[in-house]
Design a binder for this molecule. Structure first.
Ligand code: DGJ
Length: 708
């Protein structure tokens, strides 16, 4: 059993394979946090400390570690919930009323029932345990059983307590074209707040916290939580005055209010959380495996060609067909027609909302291109941006009231477009029916769903910061039920929509519009801490790169993109015969190694050299890969040593280096390592290795597996 209850003192001990998390009910009916760390066995051994105030200015509620602190009473710390009742009372006083346990296949769930002492306002704290992944999940459901509305002004999904000061906090920062810039900072006094206020996810921070005690990849304690939501989130980390650190994740209180009508309930987004005493690598492996096996749609992702960077809005059928032929020649499996195929879409200022095929660009309809693509035995994908409308589009002329706006204000455009008000049922119906119509009429296998501006002027409702994204989740879920073979890619001006909420709804994720192969290395490195490699779409594009202006050899560009789900975004009609030959070879190799890349365990390897090598390992069963990059070589540099990880110590592995095969024990490859010396700037290598006596065919093209 992964949830043990000691009835004597009402302590709940939640355990995975190697971790435990515990809380209990005290004599006041408060849900008190007791423990988070390595696995314990007996809930009865956990004690409920008797708390006394430090002083009248440091009251008991302030120092009590609560699982779900509410706003009310002598509490001045971060609270998870603030509610206002119809009579104006603005505090919640909860009491514990019992619990329930449920088993869903291998997953056990605990629900704690709490109720306000005066109002018919219920709070259910939900906890799920995933023993094999060393992960747990928690959320809260608030329910109004009174006869009056209740306004929720703040709803974080839970509080975590770590009984230490001086932790390191890590997350990402960035902006369009520079998403996923990892940072680490010491938690001092005061709070660290990461948030999104834009509605359409964000390129800035990501909804998670990682707190560590001077951990490395393979050692040290790491506490982490990831919010399963793509809208406005906030995360707060605060070192208190009492020797501990608190962390919360949930809906952003910024401009937020949720009216809970009598009889209504609302489920806050869940937080996936865990603990590792073996550094960041164990966190990454557990999250990646969980995401691959329980969250994401199974199957390998296809090698795609996307025509955006080749043609931008100047799309025409004949040229797209030529691109499709070339893409097939290179080895692409999916051809994606990006922006510009519909309505009067010749630039950013028109077309969005008018989802019919542009006759001038496709005089014989989209079928002509689709038939050509299918005739080449490739899958066909289409770009859409269904949450948006341009002011010039017919849709806006017909329904000016369908956008987020204030009647007395000029509506904001950004990228020349408005955002559709998805809180309205008729707008949801329009988006669903339009997409369903496209998927029914055309033989489409893949949808790239873009969203290129943040939300503003949100009408009178203050809950759209969550209802908007939930409407998107709902529409996509229903479309996938009706069209189960279609893969959906989430994109929001590049990498603006990746989190553990959208990960289960969409199937493919655009990592960044920055396709510079060198910049991508650090973007991909940061991305890999939480998100699985299968969810990291990476394209090879032309040089000089449109953003960085760098000129990087094609082989380095391929190697960088082969670290994720490979895509090609070049103007391949301009490829030289050498480019074609190299592309064919690289794409064929990617298909061989794809199961290892997309479904193996991923390792961020140490680089002991003062030269900035980027070293990564993928391991699946008896086969592995080493990716090595040296963007810039310093005069006199002597190479590096690669110490592999995750191998069996006593087994022998053959490493297929460019200089020839080397066979050594796992112990030697992990402890002593392999010397590696790349030469010149933008040097890269992809080095496979295989366990001796492996029954798996080493890097057979046929083992590329089938794609979804
Ligand atoms: C932004 C995306 O990130 C690009 O890949 C491309 O699809 C454009 N939108 C099209 O407008």
């Amino acid at each position: 059993m992964s949830i043990a209850v000691s009835r004597e003192n009402e302590v709940f001990l939640l355990s995975t394979k190697s971790t435990s998390y515990a809380f209990g009910i005290d004599d006041q009916g408060l849900v008190r946090h007791l423990y988070w760390g390595r696995r314990l066995e007996r809930p009865e051994e956990l004690e409920m400390p008797v708390l006394t105030e430090v002083s009248t200015n440091d009251p008991v509620l302030e120092i009590t570690p609560e699982e779900f602190p509410v706003y009310g009473g002598l509490r001045y710390k971060e609270h998870c919930l603030k509610a206002t009742f119809a009579d104006g009372t603005r505090e919640v006083v909860y009491r514990y009323c019992g619990y329930e346990l449920a088993q869903h296949e291998t997953v056990q769930e605990l629900v704690l029932h709490l109720k306000d002492a005066h109002y018919d306002f219920l709070l259910d704290l939900h906890y799920k345990v995933y023993p094999d992944y060393d992960l747990m999940e928690r959320s809260v459901v608030v329910q109004n059983q009174s006869a009056q509305p209740i306004t929720i002004q703040q709803l974080h999904s839970g509080q975590f307590h770590i009984p230490y000061e001086g932790l390191n906090f890590s997350n990402v920062h960035g902006h369009w074209g520079a998403e996923q810039q990892r940072f680490v900072q010491k938690v001092g006094y005061g709070a660290i707040v990461i948030e999104n206020r834009r509605g359409i996810s964000t390129h800035n921070h990501n909804p998670y916290f990682i707190l560590d005690r001077d951990a490395t990849e393979t050692s040290g304690e790491v506490y982490f939580g990831a919010l399963r939501m793509s809208g406005n989130f906030s995360g707060v980390v605060r070192q208190t005055q009492y020797g501990e650190t608190l962390a919360q994740l949930g809906l952003n209180p910024h401009d937020f209010a949720l009216e809970l009508q009598p009889g209504q309930s609302f489920e806050a987004p869940a937080i996936l959380y865990g603990y590792s005493h073996r550094g960041f690598e164990a966190m990454t492996h557990n999250l990646h495996r969980f995401a691959r096996q329980r969250v994401m749609r199974p199957g390998l992702r296809p090698v795609l060609y996307n025509s955006w960077e080749a043609t931008e809005f100047a799309v025409n059928c004949a040229e797209q067909i030529k691109l499709a032929h070339k893409a097939k020649e290179l080895g692409a499996e999916l051809f994606v027609l990006d922006d510009g195929w519909f309505g009067q879409r010749h630039g950013i200022d028109n077309g969005l909302g008018d989802w019919y095929v542009n006759q001038d660009k496709f005089p014989h309809g989209l079928e002509e291109l689709i038939d050509a693509v299918k005739g080449l035995d490739m899958k066909f994908g289409l770009w859409v941006e269904p949450e948006m409308v341009n002011p010039k589009a017919q849709l806006y002329q017909d329904h000016p009231d369908w956008i987020y706006h204030f009647d007395t204000r000029t509506s904001d455009t950004s990228r020349g477009q408005y955002v559709l008000n998805l809180a309205k049922e008729e707008v949801q119906r329009f988006v669903y029916e339009t997409m369903d119509g496209l998927l029914t009429r055309y033989d489409i296998d893949y949808i790239k769903w873009d969203a290129n501006r943040p939300i503003s002027q949100t009408c009178l409702r203050q809950d759209i910061w969550v209802t908007h994204i939930r409407a998107v989740y709902d529409i996509v879920t229903r479309l996938k039920q009706k069209h189960p073979h279609v893969l959906f890619e989430a994109c929001a001006s590049g990498g603006g929509r990746i989190d553990y909420g959208i990960l289960g709804i969409f199937d493919d994720f655009w990592t960044s519009d920055n396709t510079d192969a060198c910049d991508r290395l650090s973007i991909q490195d940061a991305y890999s801490y939480l998100y699985p490699i299968k969810a990291m779409r990476a394209w090879v594009t032309d040089c000089p790169n449109f953003l960085s202006q760098r000129v990087i050899p094609l082989s380095f560009r391929y190697h960088s993109a082969m670290m994720g789900s490979l895509g090609i975004g070049c103007n391949i009609l301009k490829f030289t015969p050498q480019d074609v030959a190299l592309s064919r070879q690289m794409i064929a190799q990617y298909k061989e190694i794809r199961p290892i890349v997309q479904e193996g365990d991923f390792y961020r390897l140490d680089n002991p050299s003062p030269n900035r090598y980027f070293l990564y390992e993928y391991l699946k069963g008896e086969q592995g890969l080493l990716f090595a990059f040296l963007p810039q070589s310093r005069v006199g540099h002597r190479g590096t040593t690669v110490r592999l990880r995750g191998l069996e110590e006593d087994a022998r592995y053959t490493v297929h280096t460019p200089q020839g095969d080397v066979t050594k024990s796992g112990r030697c490859l992990m402890q002593c390592g392999l010397p590696l010396h790349l030469h010149g700037d933008y040097a890269s290598a992809l080095i496979p290795f295989t366990k001796e006596g492996s029954s798996e065919t080493p890097f057979d093209t046929q083992s590329g597996g089938s794609t979804t």
